[in-house]
Design a protein around this ligand. Structure first.
Ligand code: PLP
Length: 458
């Protein structure tokens, strides 16, 4: 019996290895993979079990906006736990849920005023898709049910969210609802054919959407789901003008536009939401999670426009919106989100992100200038990606696809964590990062790049 005994380091390694199945675990590592154990955290830093300090380059998992170790978050959470830790959202509401719904509605663009709380990003996406399908059923057109997703898009790990995820879709044998989804090809301007302008690439990507709608039929398509920046796909920023033009096409075909802001929301690009403030669009539905609580507690939200709500409500006959979770509007998570927004406002974290973004992006772009093995660097706000150039004279293709891991390993030695994705490394540090900490981070990254470059005969 482990209760009451203080586990040793060895116990923890063994118990985690033997009993804990982590997300995206490789089958070859079942029962044998060991993960770095993080013990403590403060600001932008994490400490491992041996006491070594790291800069948290990935910001947890794109989520630790206000940084670690906030006493007032701990106080808020504990006070809410003692006052009202749980109430069924089927029967009741609570002060934190009502206040937070209002605070979110005040910060969303246009008429997006109705908030359905979820347990995280995947369930927010699931809810958005179910809302689109529900609306069409209510409107008497159940055949308008297909969702358009995009290659490299990531929307989560529930059956429906995974169905519309384009990332790794060819490599997985996980079952998906194939009849519900069609995908648009890669929108990454870096992958445009040689000699093609970015404007022409944008035209081609917009045409991809038009052609797919023409092929499938607008009367069969319920929604288009798109991250403003495809983050897990490698921080892919679509070409300028793409967002507005695709939204217009959706509107013209009565296809709901779902903007998945699970990463880009809550300050990552210096705004509460990026859809309108950065990309000039007011979608029909926005999904968010992660930065909503800065990762202190799990919470997501699906935010629906008045227009959509009205269409659902005013369709003939009564029905029930059979969607929701035991922990929808969890009062403790909602209290944490309110405090998170309060802190972000008091410290003007959005203004801070806007202020440090040029320096962050400048240091990122210097990496491309300094290292010939880099094919592309890209990002916006406090989001960045380094992609290794193809066609290098490395020992094998394998070394190319391991670039992200190699860079992460080199940086980890020097106290910086990154997130490797094949031939890319991505990062999204806590939003409170200061200019000198940005330098600390990129100085290590450059030292790591210098080491890794030696393995590649460019
Ligand atoms: N949508 C986007 C854009 C994401 O990046 C993620 C997670 O990384 C999700 C949805 C899924 O969120 P969660 O892991 O909280 O379910």
């Amino acid at each position: 019996n482990t209760l009451g005994n203080t586990p040793t380091d060895g116990d923890l390694v063994a118990w985690d290895r033997d009993h804990h199945l982590h997300p995206w675990a490789g089958t070859g590592g079942f029962g044998s993979d060991e993960y770095m154990r993080v013990n403590t955290a403060d600001g932008i830093y994490l400490w491992d079990a041996a006491g070594k300090r790291y800069i948290d380059g990935p910001g947890g998992m794109w989520c630790t906006q206000i940084g670690y170790g906030r006493q007032e978050m701990a106080d808020t959470i504990s006070q809410q736990v003692m006052k009202m830790p749980y109430a069924s959202p089927w029967s009741f509401t609570t002060e934190p849920a009502a206040v937070l719904a209002r605070m979110i509605a005040e910060r969303t663009p246009g008429d997006l005023n109705t908030v359905h709380f979820t347990t995280g990003g995947s369930t927010a996406v699931d809810t958005a898709l179910r809302t689109a399908l529900f609306m069409n059923k209510r409107l008497g057109r159940p055949e308008k049910r297909i969702v358009i997703g995009r290659e490299k898009g990531y929307h989560g790990s529930t059956f429906l969210a995974a169905t519309v995820t384009g990332k790794e879709r060819f490599e997985t044998s996980f079952e998906k609802a194939q009849d519900l989804v069609h995908f648009l090809p890669d929108v990454n301007p870096y992958h445009r054919p040689e000699g093609m302008s970015v404007d022409a690439w944008c035209d081609a990507k917009v045409a991809d959407l038009e052609n797919l709608i023409a092929d499938v039929g607008a009367d069969r398509i319920a929604a288009f789901i798109a991250e403003p920046i495809l983050c897990s796909g490698g921080v892919i920023v679509p070409p300028p003008g793409y967002h507005k033009r695709t939204l217009e096409i959706c509107r013209a075909n009565d296809i709901l536009y779902i903007s998945d802001e699970v990463v880009t929301g809550f300050g990552r690009l210096g705004h509460w939401f990026a859809s309108e403030d950065v990309f000039g669009i007011v979608p029909d539905i926005i999904t968010c999670a992660k930065g909503l609580t800065s990762g202190y507690l799990p919470l997501g939200a699906c935010i629906i426009s008045d227009t959509v709500m009205k269409r659902i409500a005013e369709a003939p006959g009564d029905d029930v919106f059979y969607n929701g979770y035991t922990y929808s509007g969890h009062p403790v998570s909602c209290a944490a989100a309110i405090k998170n927004i309060e802190i972000m406002e008091r410290e003007d974290i959005l203004g801070h992100v806007q202020c440090v973004t040029p320096h962050f992006q400048d240091r990122l772009h210097q990496i491309k200038e300094k290292f010939s093995i880099v094919g592309d660097v890209r990002g916006d706000g406090l989001l960045g990606c380094i992609e290794c150039r193809p066609g290098l004279n490395v020992e094998s293709y394998e070394a190319h696809v391991k670039f992200g891991q190699k860079l992460d390993d080199a940086c980890e030695e020097m106290g910086l964590l990154l997130r490797p994705f094949g031939n890319m490394a991505v990062f999204s540090p806590p939003l409170i990062i200061t200019p000198s900490q940005i330098d600390e981070m990129f100085d290590i990254m450059e030292a790591g790049m210098a080491q890794v470059s030696k393995d590649y005969d460019a």
